[in-house]
Design a protein around this ligand. Structure first.
Ligand code: PLP
Length: 481
C-alpha cells in the first residue's frame, strides 16, 4: 500500500488506514505471533507519511493488544491476535478463520466435563418431546417442504410477543421480533450489523468467551467493564461511555456467564438512562433467565427502555431443547430491517420444523412444569458442588441461578499445569483467562454443574481437587523443605 492509496483522505484518517492495513495483515497470519513488525521509519517511507502517523497507528494496535513493544527493539505481534498455526499454513484455507477459544476446550473428549454450560440430556423430557415432533408433523404435513421466512415463523413470533408482554412487561409487536438459530447467531448478526473496525465495544469482564471472539473479529476496540456480585460500578460505566463513546455494550446481566452474578433492578434502570444519555446501544443477552433457585430475577433491561436503545437476545436453547437451537431478538424496526438482511446472507431462515416444534412444546403446560423441576434439579447440583468445594479454601460467590460457578483458586495453583493434568485425567473446565477480554484472570475458573450427573459431579470434583493439590507450588515447597 503506497501513499497514493491513502492520499484522498484527511490526514487524521491516515493513521486509521495504516492501523487497518497492519491489523488485516496480522490477522491473516502474514506475521507470526511474536514476529517483528516493520519499523516506524520503514512504514513512514513506504507510505510517504509522517512518522508520527505510523506511531499513532502502532499505539492504537498496542492499546488493543494486537501488538506489543520491546524496549529499543520495536513492535511485535501479540500472540492473542494471530491464527492458530494450522490455519496459517493450511493450503485449503484461503480466507482467514478466527479463533473460538471456548470451542477448543469443548472439543476435548472427557468424562468429567465441567467446561460445558449445557444441560445434562437426562434432565430433558425426551419422550414427551418426541410426542411433540409427531404432533407437529400431523398439524403441518408440509413442514419439511417449506422454508420459514427470514424473520421467523409468524405464529411463533405472535406467541412470543404475547409471552414477553405478559411475563416481562415488554411493549412490542411481532414485527419487532426476529427468530434466530440460537443466541450465538444473534450475537454474530448484531455484531456484523452494528460494529465496524475500531468502533468501541464495552464488554463485561469476565464475559461469555465467544462474544469476545465475535467482537474482536469485527475489529472492535474492546473496553472492559468489571462485573461484581453486586453488579457494575456505574461510575465506571458512565466514565467509559463518556470517554470512549462506545457503539454498544454487550451484557449478560441475569445469571451471568461465567460468574452467575445478577445485576439488581435499580442498576438496570440507571444503565438504560446512561445508555440513552450517551447513545450507547445495550445488547442484553438473557440466556439463563428461567433458571432461578429462589426468587425470579429482576425484569430485563428491555422492559425499562422507552427509546429503543436496548436490543434483547433471548435464547431458549439452553434448557428447553438445545437440539432445536431457538432464540429470539427483540428490537425496534430501525435495527430490525438490517438484522433481517444480515441473517438472509447466512441462512434462509431458522428451520421451520424447529420453530413449530418449539412453539407447541414451549407453551405447553407440561413444559412449564418441567422447567420448575429443572430449577430444583440444578439447585441440588449446585449445592452438591459447593459442598465438595467447601474444604478447599477456594472462593466463589454462590449464584442464585444459571449453570456456572466462577471460582478463584489460590495463586499457588498454576492454571496451565492444572488444566493439562486434568485433561490427562479426563476432566475439563474453562480457564478464566478465556472469559477475560484482557486475557488475564489467570487464577479463576468456570465450572458448570449443569452437564454432569450428581455422581459424576462428586467424583470429578474429588479428582480435580486432588490434582490441584499435586500442582500446588506452596504444598510442593513445604514438602521439599
Ligand atoms: C451468555 C450466553 N450467550 C449465548 C450463548 C449461546 O446460546 P445458544 O445455544 O442459544 O446459541 C450462550 C451459551 O452458552 C451463553 O452462555
Amino acid at each position: 500500500m503506497k501513499r497514493s492509496v491513502l492520499s484522498n483522505v484527511h490526514s487524521d484518517k491516515l493513521f486509521e488506514q495504516i492501523y487497518d492495513y497492519l491489523l488485516e495483515r496480522i490477522r491473516r497470519g502474514e506475521w507470526r505471533a511474536h514476529g517483528k513488525l516493520p519499523s516506524i521509519r520503514t512504514l513512514a517511507l513506504e507510505f510517504n507519511v509522517h512518522r508520527l502517523t505510523v506511531f499513532k497507528a502502532y499505539q492504537q494496535l498496542k492499546q488493543n493488544r494486537y501488538v506489543y513493544v520491546k524496549d529499543k527493539s520495536g513492535y511485535y505481534v501479540h500472540p492473542d491476535s494471530t491464527l492458530p498455526f494450522d490455519s496459517q499454513h493450511d493450503p485449503i484455507i484461503s480466507a482467514y478463520v478466527h479463533d473460538s477459544h471456548l470451542s477448543e476446550i469443548h472439543q476435548v473428549q472427557a468424562t468429567y466435563q465441567f467446561s460445558k454450560a449445557l444441560l445434562d440430556p437426562n434432565l430433558l423430557p425426551n419422550l414427551y418431546f418426541s410426542e411433540y415432533v409427531k404432533k407437529v408433523f400431523d398439524m403441518y404435513p408440509k413442514v419439511l417442504g417449506t422454508y420459514a421466512t427470514i424473520q421467523g415463523d409468524e405464529e411463533l413470533r405472535e406467541a412470543l410477543c404475547r409471552y414477553f408482554t405478559d411475563t416481562h412487561g415488554f411493549y412490542l409487536t411481532s414485527d419487532e421480533l426476529l427468530i434466530t438459530s440460537g443466541s450465538q447467531e444473534a450475537i454474530d448478526t448484531v455484531a456484523r450489523v452494528l460494529v465496524k473496525p475500531r468502533d468501541v465495544v464495552l464488554l463485561e469482564r469476565p464475559t461469555y468467551s465467544p462474544a469476545i471472539d465475535v467482537f474482536r473479529r469485527q475489529g472492535a476496540t474492546i473496553v472492559p467493564i468489571e462485573i461484581h456480585p453486586y453488579g457494575y460500578d456505574l461510575d465506571q460505566v458512565e466514565m467509559c461511555m463518556r470517554t470512549y463513546k462506545p457503539r454498544l455494550f454487550y451484557l449478560n446481566p441475569t445469571f451471568h456467564n461465567p460468574t452467575g452474578y445478577t445485576v439488581p433492578a435499580e442498576q438496570r434502570k440507571r444503565l438504560v438512562e446512561l445508555a440513552q444519555t450517551y447513545q450507547c446501544l445495550l445488547i442484553e443477552d438473557d440466556t439463563y433467565r428461567d433458571i432461578y433457585f429462589g426468587e425470579e430475577p429482576p425484569l430485563p433491561l428491555f422492559a425499562y427502555d422507552t427509546a429503543g436503545i436496548v436490543i434483547y437476545l433471548r435464547s431458549f436453547s439452553k434448557y428447553i431443547a438445545p437440539g432445536l437451537s431457538i432464540a429470539a431478538v427483540a428490537c425496534r424496526p430501525a435495527y430490525m430491517k438490517y438484522l433481517i438482511r444480515s441473517k438472509s446472507l447466512s441462512d434462509s431462515g431458522t428451520p421451520l420444523l424447529s420453530q413449530k416444534v418449539f412453539l407447541h412444546y414451549f407453551f405447553s403446560e407440561r413444559m412449564q412444569q418441567h422447567i420448575a423441576k429443572l430449577r430444583i434439579a440444578l439447585a441440588v447440583r449446585k449445592e452438591l458442588m459447593e459442598e465438595e468445594l467447601a474444604a478447599t479454601g477456594w472462593t466463589w460467590s454462590s449464584p442464585t441461578g444459571g449453570f456456572n460457578l466462577w471460582i478463584k483458586l489460590p495463586e499457588s495453583i498454576p492454571m496451565e499445569p492444572l488444566l493439562s493434568k486434568c485433561i490427562e485425567h479426563s476432566i475439563t473446565f474453562v480457564p478464566g483467562s478465556i472469559c477475560d477480554p484482557l486475557r488475564e484472570l489467570k487464577s479463576w475458573v468456570r465450572m458448570s454443574y449443569s452437564f454432569l450427573s450428581e455422581q459424576q459431579l462428586r467424583e470429578g470434583l474429588q479428582r480435580l481437587i486432588a490434582l490441584a493439590s499435586l500442582v500446588d507450588t506452596k504444598r510442593n515447597q513445604s514438602e521439599h523443605s
